[in-house]
Design a protein around this ligand. Structure first.
Ligand SMILES: [Fe+2]
Length: 400
């Protein structure tokens, strides 16, 4: 997180005696990245955060059965067809994964247990619905269009609002998820050319205090899932300060960067992770040169697999592909992708008729290592997608 925040009560200096009203000492805890050499926060607990009473291993059914994308194909998964149910932690339906990132879909209506991901940071993109995110740092109210970035090790839980389930894309990194470095000053301030800045980030309100004994927390580490019970409720923090905490950023606060002719996806980059990037395609003016081809050119990112989640608006470049809202496409390295034949002419006709903007909204993840396909993705797969470009090209040829 790029800037300092303080919440609740903290002592005048680090590592000095800080007493509870009953005279006992608060327990100070450093949450820090990269072995004391990067961002950190100091939290002050009413009870020792070390006091555990039980540890049970859990099966992680989602973790099994991911296989290479073989034979190689572009893929289309309809998340609209995946079952709703469960919560935003154990109800995750793993779609694809590699050693750097796991990408899941959830349609969750139930409250989650307390959870800590110690394998890496998470970014949860809420497509629709609303949920309260509660953590040791405090709470964040999340709604449609929010990315909630959760630093590794943060104990938290998700409480969906009553009503429609929360549809979310869950991105679990094996490392840290941060704003792109090129948008930050040497001291971490967002630069003027960045598509968003500190004012767009919502930190936690709080802190939260909860009572309880023998409180279970699901912990993910490289070994899998464990249910670890704490002697005291982990939400016992009276104050904290530092640069490390969860935050929310809404996709509607991303200021799109446009060019006269078509700009490539790095202009949409929102976050970077280890060997992957997250991009936000947002409503924007179409490319405005009178000769511009206003939608993407065919491209082959030879080092990347590209996953796209279509979250809102009208996606002109994908007309005739079967892709709709809630769809996820995977365009792997080894395959050149681009608009469906006919889409360019359709958008040019639209421009001539005065449709000069696009309201398309999508979340894209480009990974630099191939994505394996997990069983849930196969259950939602559209088997005709791979042939949609050829089908459109042939019918254009026949029409001509
Ligand atoms: Fe692409």
């Amino acid at each position: 997180m790029p800037y300092y925040r303080v919440t609740g009560e903290i002592p005048r200096k680090r590592h000095v005696r800080f007493r509870r009203p009953d005279g006992g000492l608060y327990a100070e805890e450093l949450m820090g990245e990269e072995g004391f050499t990067s961002d950190s926060s100091l939290l002050y607990h009413a009870h020792p955060p070390t006091a555990i009473v039980k540890s049970e291993g859990l099966d992680d059914a989602a973790d099994t059965g991911a296989v290479p994308n073989h034979p190689l194909l572009p893929r289309h998964f309809r998340t609209q067809e995946l079952p709703a149910g469960g919560d935003l932690v154990l109800g995750r339906q793993l779609l694809m994964a590699n050693d750097d990132v796991r990408i899941s879909f959830a349609a969750a209506g139930a409250a989650s247990e307390l959870y800590r991901n110690s394998a890496g940071d998470e970014a949860i993109y809420v497509r629709n619905g609303a949920a309260r995110f509660e953590s040791v740092y405090g709470s964040i109210d999340a709604g449609a269009g929010d990315y909630v970035v959760v630093p590794r090790g943060t104990i938290h839980r998700w409480l969906p609002a009553a009503g429609e389930p929360v549809h979310a894309l869950v991105i679990e990194a094996r490392g840290h998820i941060r704003p792109p470095r090129r948008y930050l000053s040497a001291c971490g301030q967002f630069l003027e050319h960045a598509p968003y800045c500190e004012r767009d980030l919502r930190g936690p309100d709080g802190p939260l205090l909860a009572e309880g004994e023998d409180v279970p927390v699901i912990v993910r580490n490289r070994g899998g899932l464990t249910r670890l019970s704490y002697a005291f409720h982990p939400f016992d923090v009276v104050g904290w300060d530092g640069y490390l905490y969860p935050y929310a950023f809404n996709i509607a606060d991303f200021e799109p960067i446009v060019k006269r002719t078509h700009a490539p996806p790095p202009v949409h980059q929102t976050f970077e992770g280890p060997n992957f990037v997250i991009c936000s395609f947002c409503p924007r003016p179409l490319d405005f040169d009178p000769e511009a081809v206003p939608i993407p050119y065919n491209h082959h990112n030879v080092d990347s697999d590209e996953m796209m989640y279509y979250v809102a608006g009208d996606y002109s470049a994908r007309q005739g592909s079967g892709v709709g809202l809630g769809s996820i496409t995977l365009h792997p390295s080894g395959f050149t992708h681009g608009p469906q034949p006919g889409a360019v002419e359709a958008v040019i006709r639209g421009l001539e008729e005065g449709r000069t903007t696009t309201d398309e909204t999508a979340v894209m993840i480009d990974t630099f290592r191939p994505l394996l396909l997990a069983p849930a993705s196969r259950r939602a797969e559209d088997p005709e997608y791979a042939w949609s470009w050829a089908k459109a090209a042939r019918s254009e040829q026949n029409a001509g």
